[in-house]
Design a protein around this ligand. Sequence first.
Ligand SMILES: Nc1ncnc2c1ncn2[C@@H]1O[C@H](COP(=O)(O)OP(=O)(O)OP(=O)(O)O)[C@@H](O)[C@H]1O
Ligand SMILES: [Mg+2]
Length: 373
Amino acid sequence: MSAERLIGTSTATRTLEAEIHDAARSDAKVLITGESGVGKEVVAQLIHQQSRRRNIKLVALNCAAVPDSLLESELFGHVRGSFTGAYRDKPGLLELANNGTIFLDEIGETSLRMQALMLRFLENGEIWRIGADRVQTTTNVRVIAATNRDLAERIEQREFRVDLYYRLNVLHITIPPLRERRDDIAQFLDHFFRAYAERHSSPLPELTAGARAALIDYDWPGNVRELKNVIERLVVRGCATAIDEADLPPEVIGLSRRRAPKGSGTPAAPNRAEELYNRMVVQGESFWSAVHPLFNARDMTRDDMRAIISMGLTQTRGSYRLVLQLFNMPADDYKTFLNFLRKHQCHMPFFKFRCLPSQPAAAEKSLVAEVRM
Ligand SMILES: Nc1ncnc2c1ncn2[C@@H]1O[C@H](COP(=O)(O)OP(=O)(O)OP(=O)(O)O)[C@@H](O)[C@H]1O
Ligand SMILES: [Mg+2]
């Protein structure tokens, strides 16, 4: 579901469209900033698509996903024999993106060493493959970078080079969080309900006025990505009747109720369990990396763990198998997960969570399998 246009009619979105349009007219470097899930990658894609480079590649590199030891080779390439495993010459992404655009995502996560190498490239466009004794080639690449970090703070902490910041920050596009452009939410809801109903061949769900109001009122800390995920889950779960407030995830109802009074600027902080739940459900982390180590290190209580499991079971209406999916664990971890919960007395009886209306048939089946385990 890659965006061909920006969804939303708020003034902020209109301004964003104008900024994309202006950025696409030139080859100037662009720095895109904004919270996680606001649409930084979408904006980078739209700039490329509207630019004169649109028929050449847009090469994207997530700098945070590649270990530092590989990042240099990924970007600049290497020559044969330059390190163990370098069996042949390999061009880097900067060469592959020649005449196109390179999107350096999560630039704020790069090491100072990588920043120095990037700076050298940005200053003269020269590419020095690892192990080469001279500059290999020069390339004509349009650079777009993005980060959800506060780069000024990173610079202050001496974790980001100020000279690289100025190189990248020729055009600066800041994408506001969804809670600051609430006028867009209704359109996002309509768009994603329609798109996911089509994708999963499900009927288009109806929303009660209360549910719609709660979705519009929620602060969406995970921004558009969170909203998309919530809607996909609602569509997949399928409701026989209109989606009501009770069908919405607990954080949508809970956090929207506890929101700080209007005008105070900051939303109420979620508690420990909510925070960890959001790390999995909103930010996509696995239970094994977000929660399990904290529990083992006694950095969270059994009650926190039980609260997290309850939130999961409420969302899946009592299905532990769907909780695995919700908490980003492979299906094969089912037994390990349940054994872990039983061992620490955090296994919640699932039937408490089943007494909700419109239980989908598929979930019934998986529950039967669980009873037998
Ligand atoms: N204005 C928009 N119109 C349509 N889809 C959008 C829009 N903004 C965001 N999305 C969708 O929301 C999801 C998150 O967007 P994207 O990946 O661009 O966010 P991001 O800011 O790069 O997040 P992160 O910092 O976590 O990498 C994507 O699936 C994207 O398609
Ligand atoms: Mg991104």
